[in-house]
Unconditional design. Structure first.
Length: 246
């Protein structure tokens, strides 16, 4: 039973700063967040530019339920300027690499794995499929039930593994997000081709076209010091001077 709450972020990157930003978020920020806020790094990913906006990064943070998220917000905002004073220099450095973004709060399906469960299972991929699904109001949770009952098997038959299944909170429950680990480039090619063949995936997609309003899939690559790639939470020992990162 996954009772966590997640922060999902699309981050717009300045120029060539993506690698530095991802290092700054994982190894330079996440150990602090774990200690001060009990916030875990679910994953930090770079968008493969040919599949979505570029240069862009996707961050996913795991909170200890709604109380944990509220504690995080209080820690961050109860200061002049709505900023944790201890992170003034960290924010200053982060601003060199990013210029804004768009966040959403996610509620996991009860059967969606936590970061600890994914690490224990050894889940990781060379690529990740990030699917943002738009539905009629109130249909996000029933859609995730169908993912579990029908869609998941179609993905797993092609070698993909579920990383997360969520719906967006603080709205009309008309948006779901799915994240899948893809072993390598050959599995990704076979997965995309299967949608245009006579396959279980094509049948699932045909059902989805009748039941959803919109569907966007982008391809991601995980940061080197992100959780699944490391097989653990980022730690102080993963820190590197940013001027050493190309």
């Amino acid at each position: 039973m996954n009772d966590k709450i997640y922060i999902h972020e699309f981050i717009r990157i300045r120029g060539r700063g993506r690698a530095k930003y991802m290092q700054h978020m994982t190894a330079n920020w996440s150990p602090i967040a774990q200690q001060e806020r009990r916030q875990k790094c679910f994953g930090v990913f770079g968008v493969v530019g040919s599949t979505g906006r570029w240069p862009e990064v996707v961050n996913l943070w795991e909170e200890e339920g709604w109380p944990g998220l509220a504690r995080n917000f209080a820690h961050e905002t109860q200061h002049p300027g709505m900023q944790d004073p201890s992170l003034r220099e960290w924010w200053k450095t982060a601003a060199e690499f990013r210029e804004g973004g768009l966040d959403r709060i996610l509620v996991p399906a009860p059967w969606s794995p936590t970061s600890d469960e994914l690490v224990a299972a050894g889940t990781r991929g060379d690529f990740y499929a990030h699917e943002l699904v738009t539905l009629e109001p109130g249909r996000a949770e029933p859609f995730l039930d169908e993912v579990r009952a029908r869609g998941r098997a179609a993905y797993e038959a092609l070698g993909l593994r579920l990383v997360g299944a969520f719906h967006t909170a603080m709205g009309d429950r008309s948006e779901s997000l799915l994240l899948w680990a893809i072993p390598d480039h050959a599995h990704w090619a076979a997965f995309e081709a299967a949608e245009y063949a006579e396959s279980e995936l094509a049948q699932w997609r045909a059902w989805c076209r009748n039941e959803t309003v919109g569907w966007q899939r982008i391809l991601l690559v995980e940061a080197p010091t992100s959780t699944l790639h490391l097989g653990r939470q980022p730690a102080e020992s993963d820190r590197r001077p940013l001027d050493e990162i190309a």
